[in-house]
Design a protein around this ligand. Sequence first.
Ligand SMILES: Cc1cc2nc3c(=O)[nH]c(=O)nc-3n(C[C@H](O)[C@H](O)[C@H](O)COP(=O)(O)OP(=O)(O)OC[C@H]3O[C@@H](n4cnc5c(N)ncnc54)[C@H](O)[C@@H]3O)c2cc1C
Length: 494
Amino acid sequence: MKRKVVVIGGGIAGLSAGIYAQKCGFDVTILESHSLAGGNCTSWKRGGYLFEGGMHWLSGSAPQEKLNSLWRHVGALNDNVAIHYPEPFIEYDDNGTPVRFYRNVDATEQHMLALSPADAKEIRRLCNHIRKVKNLAIPITNLRGLKTTKKNRLPLSLLSSALSALLLIRSFSKISREQYLSRFHHAGIREMLRACTSESNGVLPLFFTMGTLARGDGGFPEGGSLPFVQRMAKTFASLGGQLLLNTRAERVLVKNGQATGVMAGDKQLDTNAVIVASDTMAMEHLFDIPPQAAWLEEMRAKTQPTMATLVCLGMGVSLKKYNNYIIFKLKTPIKLAEQTYEYLRANNYAADAVYSPKGKTAMTFQLGGDTYAFWKKAKEEGRYEEEKQKIAHEVVAALTTHIPEVEGRVEVSNVATPLTYERYCANWKGSWMTEMTPGMKMKSYPAVIKGLEGVYFAGHRMVPPGGLPIALLSGRTAVQYLCRDRGTLFVCEE
Ligand SMILES: Cc1cc2nc3c(=O)[nH]c(=O)nc-3n(C[C@H](O)[C@H](O)[C@H](O)COP(=O)(O)OP(=O)(O)OC[C@H]3O[C@@H](n4cnc5c(N)ncnc54)[C@H](O)[C@@H]3O)c2cc1C
């Protein structure tokens, strides 16, 4: 009983928690309601095509990153996993002229200067903004007072990068996206920047993403989500952990403020350590008395969901000549719920044999924005399938206008809505990350609640904006709290 830990949820956070806890000598059971581990980090096969429904680029993929040693620690990456860094990263089609963001910021600068010498000053500034945040990696810290096999000190370089980032954030705090774009003369550059950013969040997130890529990180591990998760599940099993699939946790049992077990169907698992690695925004139903804490209130008040309707197409034509990540402007904007899409962003897997059969193309389109209520209503009114077909038709029509060889070649169309993600992962509104709205800080919520002993929280909500690295780190942090509470050594060789 002393060493028994139950983890609720077998996504990246739950698997991470399970692996770290096993390595620390605990005896872990992960309960996962779906028939597959991985949660949002997933892909699915339809008619011979594989559609990537999770990972698009991974922080910590590059060997020089500290985070890389953590991905290796949990078995997600190893020397045999090839990492792809396709260049250019994004290509916007400006009426036949490509406007590109390369991972290599110098290449972006050269390319844009050649496109628009009149914008030289602003292009250099833009690339310098990216350079300023280039070394800002996600900090990997240990809890104070933790006994560990390896101390972890933050490198000084991270402090200076954080300072540059802070200054950049300050200097952009009062500049709207349109104000910023108006500094550029070249319409294609303006359109490209508009397509890669949002009105509400401005241009800053783009600088940070491009900064990560510019330092050589943010690659795509061969095979994407599924093998990535399978490697973690294999590591967990090899350490003696037990992963129970198709097993939904219904209740965390609490007696006198202390966890005593978890109910899953008619099974009762006795334990006094539970790590809740399902969405923190949707976990109240697990408790007879919903947990209360100031940080939970803050999370509930501030969290804006990142979600998308994912349109997946399998086409009997090779679109290898097109870039991996293409953006184009629509002649007629597409409307979905309250959202209007002026651009389509396509992830093109034509060159990846894992996703596309020979001579064919798997392609996905993320239509972002909060469409949850729309899909929910459509479901209630029996229009769900019809609406899914409608949006797929609109995307196919727009793509055909842009890439005529697609005409008549769509063999498979598949739409995953926020309801799909909600059904599989039980996430709040089917969302899988948190929007970084202006003024929001990338600060960590505590993984514990006073008065609720033996319950720890992990998952992508623990540090906005979330994503795979946060899910990984949150599992590690939850185990650090557990080790500190128990006075046991936190074992890590990362
Ligand atoms: C389209 C898309 C693109 C993305 N692109 C990227 C990207 O490029 N880079 C990146 O870093 N991130 C990306 N993400 C985000 C990333 O996939 C998620 O943030 C991350 O996987 C979240 O992991 P998690 O373990 O915290 O949560 P989840 O993945 O939500 O896992 C929670 C798990 O808990 C299970 N569960 C819930 N309730 C219960 C219960 N009661 N009992 C048992 N099990 C339960 C669920 O089934 C699920 O498996 C993307 C996500 C999507 C959907």
